[in-house]
Ligand binder design. Structure first.
Ligand SMILES: [Zn+2]
Length: 279
């Protein structure tokens, strides 16, 4: 297939409501679990994760309410146990709760992986009253057991892969699945982590970069998955950093035909239209 044919093939899909671009705002809760997984005691200089439940999550819920858009929150099981009211408040506002490990482990966890996936699944299901259907790898690798366990628990999507711009079907036992879709996450340029942890980029420049990414994605009739964390440190919980996320949403709304969705809603739509996606 030539490059131009590939581009044509990619652009043959349609989005819900005939949108030109789908936007998913995804918020990785990453409370103290994230620090514990690094063997840090989440106090003092390592207390960034505790900001999520106190300030970051309420700030994002207020912003999403102002903007009247849905979002997906990926919540580690440990954080849900620690701050059940915070996680319930997210669900009560109509946003999606999805799974994100137990203590944000790297998932290079060997034989314990199925047990940990089931443990987090049970915690979120009991808390919210409905099972999560989406998962994002908190970091590290995946194994043969990942997909097998997720599908056995009824999950319909994974938002962890970096090797495509568009949704695609994974393979299990050499065959492409049709009841489970990968919704790729770009943790290089659409994630706050590298900008605030590695390059220490000012929020004004991060906003400009995310706007440019959106403009390019929109031209390609693409799928724009933003990843932010409501904590301090590497996250976007504080007023200025949360503020540029709202500025970005307002900017994206100025384009015609932009559809804001949860990943769950997008996954259901993709599964109902399998012909569009690679697999
Ligand atoms: Zn995370």
């Amino acid at each position: 297939m030539t490059q131009s044919q590939l581009k044509l093939a990619d652009m043959s899909h349609t989005w819900p409501d005939d949108a030109q671009c789908v936007v998913t705002i995804t918020i990785d809760y990453d409370g103290p679990s994230n620090d514990l997984a690094k063997n840090l005691i989440p106090l003092g200089k390592n207390s960034h994760g505790r900001y999520s439940h106190k300030c970051g999550v309420p700030r994002y819920l207020a912003m999403l309410e102002r903007q009247q858009i849905p979002a997906t929150f990926f919540v580690p099981g440990y954080d849900a146990e620690l701050y059940p009211e915070s996680v319930k408040s997210i669900a009560a506002a109509g946003h999606e709760i999805a799974a994100h490990g137990y203590i944000h482990e790297s998932f290079d966890v060997g034989e314990r992986e199925p047990e940990l996936l089931r443990k987090s699944h049970g915690i979120l299901t009991d808390l919210i009253g409905k099972p999560p259907v989406g998962w994002r790898n908190p970091g590290g690798g995946k194994s043969d057991a990942t997909l097998r366990t997720l599908t056995s628990l009824g999950y319909i999507y994974d938002s962890s892969e970096k090797d495509d711009d568009f949704p695609f079907f994974p393979e299990m036992d050499g065959k492409p699945l049709r009841n489970f879709i990968n919704l790729p996450d770009n943790t290089s340029s659409l994630d706050d982590f590298p900008f605030y942890k590695i390059s220490l980029t000012p929020p004004s420049e991060v906003l400009e970069h995310w706007k440019q990414e959106f403009h390019a994605t929109y031209q390609e009739k693409g799928f724009y998955d933003l990843i932010v964390h409501p904590r301090t440190g590497f996250g976007s919980g504080s007023p200025t950093r949360a503020g540029i996320v709202e500025d970005l949403i307002i900017f994206m709304k100025s384009y015609p035909g932009v559809k804001f969705m949860t990943l769950e809603a997008l996954a259901h739509w993709c599964l109902a239209h399998p012909a569009y996606w690679r697999g």
